[in-house]
Write a protein that binds this ligand. Sequence first.
Ligand code: NAD
Length: 492
Amino acid sequence: MTSELAAHAATLPQAPVFDTPAEQMQAVFDAQLPKALSLRSSTAAQRIAKIKTLREALLAEREAWYAAFAQDMRKSQAEVEATEMLPVLDEMRHAIGRVKSWMKPTRAWPTTTSLGLKARIHYQSRGRVLIIAPWNYPLNLCLGPLVSALAAGNTVILKPSEMTPNVSAVTARIIAKVFDPSEVALFEGAQATSTALLAMPFDHIFFTGSPAVGKIVMTAAAKHLTSVTLELGGKSPTIIDESADLAMAAENLMWGKHLNNGQTCIAPDYVYVHTKVKAEFVAQCLKALDKLFGSEASRSANPDLTRVVNTRHTQRLAGILADARAKGAGILVGGQVDESQNYIAPTLLEGAAADSRIMNEEIFGPLLPIVEFSDINQVIAQINAAPKPLALYIFSKDSERIDQVLSNTSSGGACVNHCMVHYAHGNLPFGGVNNSGIGSGHGHFGFKAFSHERAVLTGGWLRSEKLFAPPYTPKRFAFIRRIVDSLKLPML
Ligand code: NAD
């Protein structure tokens, strides 16, 4: 087991988790084959009708969602609406309004070697797809990709996370109510359920989770040459330069960092702040925390702060915090841990050692190390030396500095003078790059992730291939050479 996987295994629940028997899943997978073939020619109206039925069922369970989220992670009803229901409803509305145009074949304009040929790109459903979801936004990250998969005309098997069992139970009930399993089925369970599903020859796997498990998924997919979309995580850096609007940056970051209690794949993971403005930035962060969550003394009782998902993760975060302190980090605010309540206070740290866990592992919780810088080139070099992050945020009023950072770094997505909200923009691709993911989802990009872009060429009266066909006489050879040489000329 790699150290990455061992660290991951330590976060799994201690109690044994129910797993769906492999034969039961195999039977459903087999039953989905004829359905997937028939769905290939389904119309936009049929796909829209399914998404609408799912929407009704989802909204009919509002109270059940609230109760399940309260039990699983003490998430407030407002946050359930804003971070779970809203993105899925938006995804549904987008798909309902656009799927007809997404499904239309698009014209491919000819290039020199294809003059006179008619070519189209057809968007064909992939077939039987598997969606594996994480626990941190268990409704959003299960049903959001499902909407894209339905819009693209696939059958689906869903595997939600075992860490949020109450939300899973509501999701399972809705799926069973709306769909026949030959079209969409949901199987609850943990690693064994995932492993059995990953052994099946799906046409596409859409996985959201950690890079460590992403590698397992990709290895399993390779056995069948199944295509994958991997929505992974990592350490998303934030840069605050000396020209930034510090009050705005602090308020925005404290909101983004503590949404879902920092358990967000694109949460700001660590902050580089220019030495000249560090003190003022920290003061503004403390002010923003007071405004968002009340005084430090009362924060542990604040119902707006979602809890850490389970004891294992609370212990993991407490371990990261202890390691940072032992290696010299100072606490600017927070630091309180109450394991019995899965509570960790919103915590800002300074002076974290480069070799501490907090500077090397994805934090995924309410801890935020602040790192001073004076040379932006060093910041860029450090970001480039680390695995490519899922998101990168820069707060600055200096457009040259912003361009310098954007053009010299890589990340799945980026925000300038904002954080996290690129996720909510339905016309932007959402995804990572290398260690933070492969492929993207949301809106049209989600539809395309679940579609095969099939090249369809139609021959006409002009048979130009004859000009390139044997017998290769000296004249024919000279002609082909002239054509090849002409490609040096610019396109019209
Ligand atoms: P995880 O990788 O532990 O689990 C994700 C899913 O994989 C779960 O359904 C789980 O049951 C399954 N799984 C776990 N171990 C497995 C194994 N050995 N073999 C097969 N399947 C296995 O991730 P998590 O802890 O649920 O979620 C947190 C991670 O997900 C973070 O890294 C976060 O950044 C990332 N994430 C990414 C996005 C995104 O959109 N890019 C969104 C949310 C979370």
